[in-house]
Write a protein that binds this ligand. Structure first.
Ligand code: IMP
Ligand code: MG
Length: 467
């Protein structure tokens, strides 16, 4: 099996972090699955049910949201941690567990941090209220993420561990009601519901930072599972069009009680040669620009776009990739690459891989990359890579110092490269890859001063090439 060929770059690695360098949905789940023989402990440190990690196991699709992807290896006595930096919705966690249980999963090694913030029903109400008012243009997942993190910063948010002590929990909810008199909720109802949910998971709740540190002392191999992506970071991303956590290596390590120094290798997942974004916000290399953004946001991110696009293009999608209209090319690529949200089914916006943003992400998180999904572009004759942004005054920018430099009004400047890679899904070594693909990889490596460590050539864990 592929484990025979585990990369030599793991030789001295005890802590491996997998993070996305774009706007999420780059295939972290698949890469995590690739390393799941190697790892003993899997830990999530940021985000919550806004995440959706798609794994393909024996041809079957499994989507995890809050539970670490390593849960599929629970039977092998592996530990899965939901860390203190997360925001956790107990109701949907239990729903996710019951779906995973149906797929044959067990939860013996699952541990939930007592310090993780709770997402309570009123957080979801506030998320929706906010979305229908001023900041509605962000297009959140509506899972209560922003309000739960906001309450943490405001020192008002109950944690999972607070459910141990009912009277303390009541006091916290009373404070919330004073702070937000406009949000109506019944304290008794919330307590009744949350206590009932807590009963079902209370044996899993503990100080997970301690477990992680002790495991490391005992020589365990730890895989840190990032969520979302660097460009969605509230600290590094396209603020305010971002999520409310920091999915960089800094936020991820803080969210599991480690420091970045303790990470031996960070792998940055990069979709290539196209990239995607769900929800609103600037995306200079998008196919069809603003037209695509509003089309994808229509009807609040119309969950039926997939069937519409399927009915319209059917088997003609390959042909549409050669359309003169880049908006149509984007729609065709979305259908072929199945780019519809794992959590919301919203259509993902499609664009060219942006090397300006990638260079910035490398500066924050480090130079080691995994390229994903090139296999979905086998029908493209040539590719365009974003190498600059043209400003409204006609200037060209090739470097940025912060995600907030990516603004509306910038237009992508592209380098065109020949592609025509055909079917790469059975390639096993870099040498097997088509010449055009190898030269495009060389182009990225030299332009971004980076190391391409791995290339994914299909959805299954074993369809992975080590460079
Ligand atoms: P929130 O995280 O629900 O507050 O949403 C804020 C922004 O982040 C929206 O544009 C979402 O579409 C985006 N977002 C949140 N989680 C994910 C994810 O897992 N993948 C991709 N986009 C996400
Ligand atoms: Mg996702």
């Amino acid at each position: 099996m592929y484990v025979d060929s585990l990369p030599s770059f793991l030789n001295d690695v005890d802590v491996l972090a997998i993070v996305c360098y774009q706007w999420g949905d780059t295939g972290k789940g698949k890469v995590i699955d690739f390393f799941s023989d190697w790892a003993d402990v899997f830990a999530r440190g940021t985000g919550g049910p806004n995440a959706g990690h798609t794994l393909t196991v024996n041809g079957k699709k499994i989507i995890t949201h809050q539970i670490p992807s390593g849960i599929l290896r629970d039977k092998e006595r592996k530990t899965n941690i939901m860390g203190s930096g997360m925001v956790i919705d107990l109701e949907s966690s239990l729903k996710e567990m019951s779906e995973l249980r149906e797929a044959g999963c067990t939860f013996n090694g699952l541990r939930i941090s007592d310090r993780a913030q709770l997402i309570l029903p009123y957080h979801k109400v506030r998320d929706r209220l906010q979305s229908s008012m001023g900041s509605g243009e962000i297009g959140t997942t509506g899972r209560g993420i922003g309000p739960a993190y906001a309450d943490k910063i405001m020192r008002l948010g109950p944690t999972v561990g607070d459910l141990k002590d009912k009277s303390r929990f009541v006091k916290m909810l009373e404070k919330v009601q004073q702070q937000y008199p406009g949000t109506i909720f019944n304290i008794e109802e919330v307590i009744e519901q949350q206590s009932r949910l807590y009963e079902e998971i209370k044996d899993l709740v503990c100080d997970t930072d301690k477990i992680l540190q002790e495991s490391l002392k005992e020589g365990a191999r730890v895989l840190l599972e990032g969520a979302q992506g660097l460009l969605l970071s509230v600290d590094y991303g396209t603020y305010p069009y971002c999520t409310s956590s920091d999915p960089s290596i800094y936020g991820l390590t803080r969210g599991v009680g480690l420091t970045p120094d303790q990470v031996d290798l960070t792998l940055g997942i990069v979709k290539f040669p196209f990239m995607t974004r769900v929800g609103n916000g600037p995306f200079p290399t998008e196919f069809g620009g603003m037209k695509s953004e509003s089309y994808c946001a229509e009807g609040n991110g119309n969950a039926h776009k997939q069937s519409i696009e399927n009915a319209e293009f059917g088997s003609r999608a390959d042909e549409m990739l050669r359309s003169d209209d880049e908006f149509e090319r984007g729609r065709a690529l979305r259908l072929i690459a199945d780019e519809y949200g794992a959590t919301t089914r919203r259509p993902r916006r499609i664009g060219r891989t942006d090397l300006v943003a990638l260079k910035y992400a490398i500066g924050v998180n480090g130079p080691n990359l995994v390229l994903t999904k090139p296999d979905c572009t086998s029908e493209l004759e040539e590719i365009e890579l974003g190498v600059g942004y043209r400003t409204t005054s006609g200037e060209t920018i090739t470097e940025i110092t912060h995600g907030r430099d990516i603004t509306y009004g910038l237009e992508g400047v592209y380098e065109r490269l020949p592609w025509n890679i055909g079917d790469i899904s059975r390639c096993e070594r870099v040498e097997d890859l088509p010449e055009n693909m190898k030269s495009a990889m060389g182009y990225v490596a030299s332009r971004c001063k980076t190391n391409i460590k791995m290339v994914s050539v299909g959805p299954e864990a074993k369809q992975t090439i080590i460079n």
